[in-house]
Design a protein around this ligand. Structure first.
Ligand code: NAP
Length: 246
């Protein structure tokens, strides 16, 4: 991955941070995007630079086409065309469906699914020109299994899987792969707020018997982003301690 240009959306915290650091350790220059937490993004940038790579941070909402356009221009000016895109920015607005507000549904679909579409569209032309590219979309085990209280999130994450397969088919002949990674439950701020009894319940469904670490997701992303994964495309790799054996 030496010298490759990587963009990790939602790289400010959690899984995205671990992915940014891992790609940097593998030699990539890393741009990260985030929505609002400046301090966390600065911290990621420090960690990436410590890993020996260049890092630039970009604030903006992945659901906004103007913000994504600005992101692409910024990354292009700093590093050149994006060669590795990790669509990791994601959010939740949990509610049972009978109570789910339209805004809760739309916000989750906008960040998780529309954001993936906008960022992928934004990098694809450059990848086609270079006849090389890696797109890794961070879906979720919830997109495979469904989850009560997360119909919006599950729809967005299942949507990412269909999106990934379609893009993979469109660009397979151009040296570009597109794959999805479906993490199980990983301890980050996204899951930190879950009540203890819910965590216990989830743990009961994980054959490995523990939550995952962000670094364990980053390992698989790094594999998919490398030259060695040229013959893997359109796949969804669950990294979930065995929760959703496919
Ligand atoms: P997290 O700790 O909440 O971090 C989310 C990151 O995404 C933050 O950097 C946040 O920016 C950024 N972000 C959120 N909405 C954004 C938007 N509209 N535009 C730009 N950036 C945005 O989440 P995480 O647990 O690391 O999750 C990362 C990805 O893995 C998500 O797609 C999530 O759905 C998926 N996932 C997580 C788990 C899990 O158990 N944690 C399981 C399965 C899948 P700020 O820092 O500025 O807020």
């Amino acid at each position: 991955m030496e010298g490759r240009v990587a963009l990790v959306t939602g790289g400010g915290r959690g899984i995205g941070r671990a992915i940014a650091v891992k790609l940097a350790e593998e030699g990539a220059k890393v741009a990260i995007s985030y929505r609002s937490n400046d301090a966390a993004a600065e911290e990621t940038a420090e960690l990436v630079r410590k890993a020996g790579a260049g890092c630039e941070i970009f604030k903006g909402d992945v659901a906004s086409s103007e913000a994504v356009e600005a992101l692409m221009t910024g990354v292009g000016e700093a590093f050149g065309s994006v060669e590795i895109l990790v669509n990791n920015a994601g959010t939740t607005r949990d509610n049972i469906l009978m109570r789910m507000k339209e805004a809760e549904f739309e916000e989750v679909l906008a960040t998780n699914l529309k954001g993936t579409y906008l960022c992928t569209r934004g990098v694809l032309r450059g990848m086609v020109r270079a006849r090389w590219g890696r797109i890794v979309n961070i879906s979720s085990v919830v997109g495979l299994l469904g989850n009560a209280g997360q119909a919006n999130y599950a729809a967005s994450k299942a949507g990412m899987i269909g999106f990934t397969k379609s893009v993979a088919r469109e660009v397979a002949g151009r040296g570009i792969t597109a794959n999805a990674v479906a993490p199980g439950y990983v301890e980050t701020e996204l899951t930190g707020g879950l009540p203890e009894n819910v965590k216990e319940q989830i743990l009961g469904q994980v054959p490995v018997g523990r939550f995952g670490e962000p670094e364990e997701i980053a390992e698989v992303v790094a594999f998919l982003a490398g030259d060695g994964a040229a013959y893997v495309t359109g796949q969804t790799i669950a990294v979930d301690g065995g929760m959703a054996m496919q």
